[in-house]
Design a protein around this ligand. Structure first.
Ligand code: SAM
Length: 293
């Protein structure tokens, strides 16, 4: 008499059995719609060869679906109170390892080697992220030495829109660039807030990210590239030129340096940051970096 963890009745039973109380500060909104979990797992296109990493299993609602279709699953849960719950709910799935850690503090390469073996294939990430730290978690995963091929992640709808935004749109900004520099991004589907307990204030969305085979642009210095993109969006209504001189300095020497780079890359200084493609930002960053004094 198998009943999925995510059914509202079984979730309620589990929560009651353990006297669990939600911690808002940990972004604990659990999914209680089996169809949505099936859809998330299907979007990740998992097979028996796959090694999947999850962040924040909660009581294991999504983990269960991942365990059913992937080879191995490694999941990080910060809340110690959930560890005995997960031992219980995930006991039918010997291919799952639960690690009681803050995902932001773990060495992802070491954890992956331990759970999947040193020769493991590239990892896939599938997660319903805690909203209060979505961006730090995404950056931690993207900038890690661990090679992640695809990510299927749920987050607040607005954040998903920003991560997957295209140039020239209102949602496009330094976050879109930080994500899409590494990965191709696609908004997969929207999940209404009624699918969770407790119900959050906003709707959610799933985005699917796929690692770029070739870099979108060859950047000379990534730190400088990200500094430039952030500075271009400091004040969205300002022109690129005004944001850049506010950030880099207004001296004649700086102005000449900026003018020369904008001319060399054929970028009009009167444009706004939001109109520049990632490639244009990359070319501008390279020109500026190469001529730094
Ligand atoms: N996967 C479950 C689901 O879909 O129903 C729960 C998702 S809930 C939105 C986020 C989960 O992340 C919670 O279980 C929370 O305790 C956990 N969490 C929050 N911060 C974390 C962190 N820094 N590292 C690991 N897990 C974290």
């Amino acid at each position: 008499n198998y009943r999925e963890i995510a059914t509202p009745s079984r979730t309620k039973e589990i929560l009651e059995k353990y006297g669990f109380s939600f911690k808002k500060s940990l972004g604990q909104n659990f999914l209680t719609e089996p169809n949505i979990l099936r859809k998330i797992a299907a979007t990740a296109e998992l097979g028996p060869e796959d090694c999947v990493m999850e962040v924040g299993p909660g009581i294991g609602a999504l983990t269960e679906h991942l365990a059913q279709s992937a080879g191995k699953v490694l999941t990080f849960e910060i809340d110690q109170r959930l560890i005995p719950v997960l031992e219980d709910t995930l006991s039918p799935y010997p291919n799952v390892s639960v690690v009681n850690e803050d995902v932001l503090k773990v060495d992802l390469v070491a954890e992956a080697n331990q759970a999947f073996g040193a020769e493991h294939p590239n990892v896939k990430v599938v997660a319903n992220l805690p909203y209060y730290i979505t961006t730090p978690i995404m950056m931690h995963l993207l900038m890690s030495e661990l090679t992640i091929d695809t990510m299927v992640v749920m987050m607040q709808k607005e954040v998903a829109a920003r991560m997957s935004a295209e140039p020239g749109t209102k949602a496009y900004g330094s976050l879109s660039i930080a994500v899409q520099y590494y990965m191709e991004a696609e908004l997969a589907f929207i999940v209404h807030k009624t699918a969770f307990v407790p119900q959050p204030n906003v709707d959610s969305a799933i985005i699917k990210l796929t690692r770029r085979v070739e870099p979108i642009v060859n950047v000379l210095n990534e730190d400088f590239f990200f500094e430039l993109t952030r500075s271009a969006f400091t004040q969205r209504r300002k022109t690129l030129w005004n944001n850049l001189i506010s950030h880099f300095g207004k001296s004649e020497q700086k102005k000449e340096w900026l003018t020369a780079a904008l001319e060399a890359t054929n970028i009009d200084p009167k444009r706004r940051g939001e109109t520049l493609s990632i490639t244009e930002f990359g070319l501008l960053a390279n020109e500026l970096f190469a001529n730094k004094s």
